[in-house]
Design a protein. Structure first.
Ligand code: ZN
Ligand code: ZN
Length: 410
């Protein structure tokens, strides 16, 4: 059989609801997008319920589903993916926490949850904490993220995520002592409390903080920790489907999803994860990557940002920028590639948050049964030949279209 390559485009939060400002159309219906529509007209279309009908997905759970995993079985929280996203090489069984650099006074009271919105020097501070030995065979892996954000991973024997947050979540409150929330959480609580003590000692005398205090800025003398999550067992996607897989994304969480699924993360200059992201550069990078990889997954975050900010017209313009990206793919993609374009969930402008409304999907490539749909939007897709599928159905469908599916039975 003639096996093909796969390009999966995930437009974050692209789905929407009718918006009064747009004449009761969705941004996809209101936008001019001849190239997206060309793919719809020459492909097979349908609707995707990322997790299940009516379920409001997170970006993490929906990406797991679109990668072909059962999110209900494998998802343990976003902490492990954020840790992988800032570059911590997480391993199954590690315990990951979301972290903030913060300022605390002598009485252990949090006076600034973001340490004066610290931007510089966090890499050096993180380095001073990375590799700490907490006793009992427990070791620290620590990396800085953007601004005051960071991630902590504890690795060692007997650790579980059953532990309370040291982060008091309120300014003016004292940093809390971690407690086991189940009998098997004792070792983790002990390690966390050791980390809180050691990290404070190291941070308060660190040259970065001494310089900050001299300049009248809040020192980053504490790390607030929350949301313990165990790194789940994920069979690497490439191994699972027998393909060499790579991912392209601007935002750290999605990069972490790719890494946790054992995929290579490709850096693209200008891919920011914001509204200013260079989508055409992403499309070019994807075409290039398909020379080396069998499966390339691209996340474009911008539509989700517009949804969360409640910006209808900006979301329309974002669709039009996505269309420019599709023009490049239409021109440059080889006939040996199957292309799928969809969203990880809807982020309706009217809600400013994710909703459980299904999202459109189009699959394009040699051999697909082209249906009558001619436009790429939420309502047109409902009449397509793929019908209505779950997020985790998409990868098997793509494997079949690319002549890579294994036969079930004789
Ligand atoms: Zn998302
Ligand atoms: Zn979102």
């Amino acid at each position: 059989m003639d096996r093909r390559k796969i390009l999966l485009l995930i437009f974050d939060g692209l789905g929407d609801r009718p918006i009064a400002e747009l004449g009761r159309q969705t941004p996809l219906q209101a936008a001019r997008k001849e190239h997206l529509d060309w793919f719809a007209a020459n492909g097979i279309n349908g609707l995707v319920d990322p997790i299940a009908p009516g379920v409001r997905p997170g970006s993490d759970t929906s990406h797991l589903a679109l990668f072909g995993y059962d999110p209900i079985q494998v998802y343990t929280g976003r902490g492990p993916f954020e840790a992988a996203g800032v570059g911590i090489p997480v391993k199954e069984g590690d315990i990951a926490f979301r972290a903030n650099f913060a300022t605390m006074d002598a009485g252990m009271r949090v006076t600034d949850r973001r340490a004066g919105r610290i931007r510089e020097g966090t890499g050096d501070l993180a380095k001073a904490l990375d590799g700490l030995d907490l006793g009992g065979g427990v070791r620290v892996l620590f990396r800085a993220g953007t601004e005051h954000r960071a991630a902590l991973v504890l690795r060692g024997p007997g650790l579980t995520p059953h532990v309370s947050d040291p982060d008091p979540h309120d300014e003016g409150a004292k940093v809390l002592s971690a407690k086991a929330t189940a009998p098997d959480g004792a070792a983790t609580a002990k390690a966390l409390n050791a980390f809180m003590e050691k990290s404070h000692k190291i941070l308060k005398s660190h040259p970065v903080n001494i310089a900050r205090e001299k300049a009248g800025k809040h020192p980053a003398n504490a790390v607030l920790l929350r949301g313990a999550g165990i790194v789940p067992h994920l069979e690497p996607l490439g191994t699972r489907i027998g393909m060499k897989a790579a991912g392209i994304a601007g935002v750290a969480l999605i990069k972490g999803m790719f890494r946790a699924a054992g995929m290579e993360v490709l850096e693209v200059e200008g891919a920011t994860g914001g509204l200013d992201t260079d989508m055409v550069a992403k499309a070019r990078a994807a075409v290039d990557a398909l020379k080396k990889y069998d499966l390339v997954i691209v996340n474009v975050k911008a539509p989700d940002v517009c949804g969360h900010d409640g910006l209808a017209n900006e979301k329309v313009r974002t669709v039009e920028r996505i269309d420019a990206m599709m023009a490049v793919l239409k021109a440059d993609l080889g006939p040996d590639t199957v292309l799928a374009a969809t969203a990880d969930h809807s982020t309706p402008v009217s809600l400013k948050d994710h909703s459980g409304d299904p999202v459109p999907v189009v699959v394009f490539g040699e051999g697909v049964r082209v249906d009558d749909v001619t436009r790429f939007d939420e309502l047109s897709a409902a009449r397509g030949g793929l019908g209505r599928i779950l997020g985790r159905d998409l990868m098997p469908i793509l494997l079949n279209v690319s002549n890579r599916a294994e036969k079930f039975g004789a």
